[in-house]
Design a protein. Structure first.
Length: 278
């Protein structure tokens, strides 16, 4: 799956400069519609170390009303969090739609099937059970009317190594470099296997993963914004005024939304305009 992603895709600077502010304003209009419909959106950003997750989140939130969104940077569980079920702390972070319309997770509950699996921080039966637990967790959110958009930023092993080396050689960026970053690159194959399993087993009809080629930062930022505005416009039945065609067409990504076929009953469609309280 991951080897099929076309990591050679790039976006010209002039297209990026035009597309970015246009998409940011479209996203701001859509988040206003979220508020009017009393609905909320959860954005999950996962990806390799040094894949520009923070840069993407900065561009996503740059034009949003700061009263209506919150960003959570998820670190390893500590203290009381470790004594409870791993999903407990994420339930505590949910907000009612009239308080926060957009919740952005820089890493998330998927740490159970990624880092905790690869680094053997939990038993094998625990991370294998987590796929079902995560799907059920997200299904409950969807049933409540919450929208979920999930993005995985993919890059090549060589590109990651180059970015880590640049951080090492830049004094003002050295603080961002950790031993865990180098360890991820060294254990690339184990991480890639865990990522592929995650994508296949937790991509559902109503909460699919979008795999974003991330070797080119400009391409990844615009791709996430375009896909997010497209999903929101569809789910909210809110038509955006298309002044210009998309900067990135649908067929530019070898692997877009990864959808897993479900056995048995189909997933419920999230209600629209539902008044939410958490």
């Amino acid at each position: 799956m991951l080897p099929e992603v076309d990591l050679t895709q790039k976006l010209a600077p002039e297209i990026y400069v035009e597309a970015l502010p246009r998409l940011q304003l479209q996203l701001r209009a859509l988040t206003r519609e979220l508020y009017d419909q009393r609905r909320s959106l959860i954005i999950v950003i996962e990806g390799w170390e040094a894949s520009d997750k923070g840069g993407i989140i900065q561009r996503l939130t740059a034009e949003l009303d700061p009263r209506g969104y919150e960003v959570f940077r998820i670190l390893p569980a500590t203290g009381e969090e470790r004594r409870r079920h791993y999903l407990w702390r994420f339930w505590q972070l949910l907000r009612p739609a009239d308080e926060k319309q957009v919740l952005v997770f820089d890493r998330s509950w998927y740490g159970r099937v990624l880092g905790e699996r690869v680094e053997e921080l939990c038993p094998e039966e625990a991370w294998k059970r987590a796929y079902r637990e995560i799907n059920e967790f997200e299904e409950q959110l969807l049933d409540f009317g919450i929208l979920i958009a999930k993005f995985f930023i993919h890059m090549s092993r060589e590109e990651q190594l180059q970015r880590l080396e640049r951080r090492r050689d830049q004094p003002d960026a050295l603080w961002r470099l950790t031993a865990e970053d180098w360890a991820e690159n060294a254990a690339w194959d184990a991480w890639a296997e865990a990522i592929q399993d995650m994508l296949l087993r937790t991509s559902t009809a109503l909460a699919p993963w979008t795999v974003v080629p991330g070797n080119d930062r400009r391409f990844a930022r615009v791709k996430v914004l375009e896909e997010l505005t497209r999903q929101l416009s569809r789910e909210l039945a809110y038509a955006l005024v298309a002044e210009k065609p998309p900067a990135i067409t649908e067929n530019t990504t070898a692997l877009g939304s990864v959808k897993k076929k479900k056995k048995g009953k189909k997933g419920k469609k999230a209600p629209k305009g539902k008044n939410q309280k958490a």
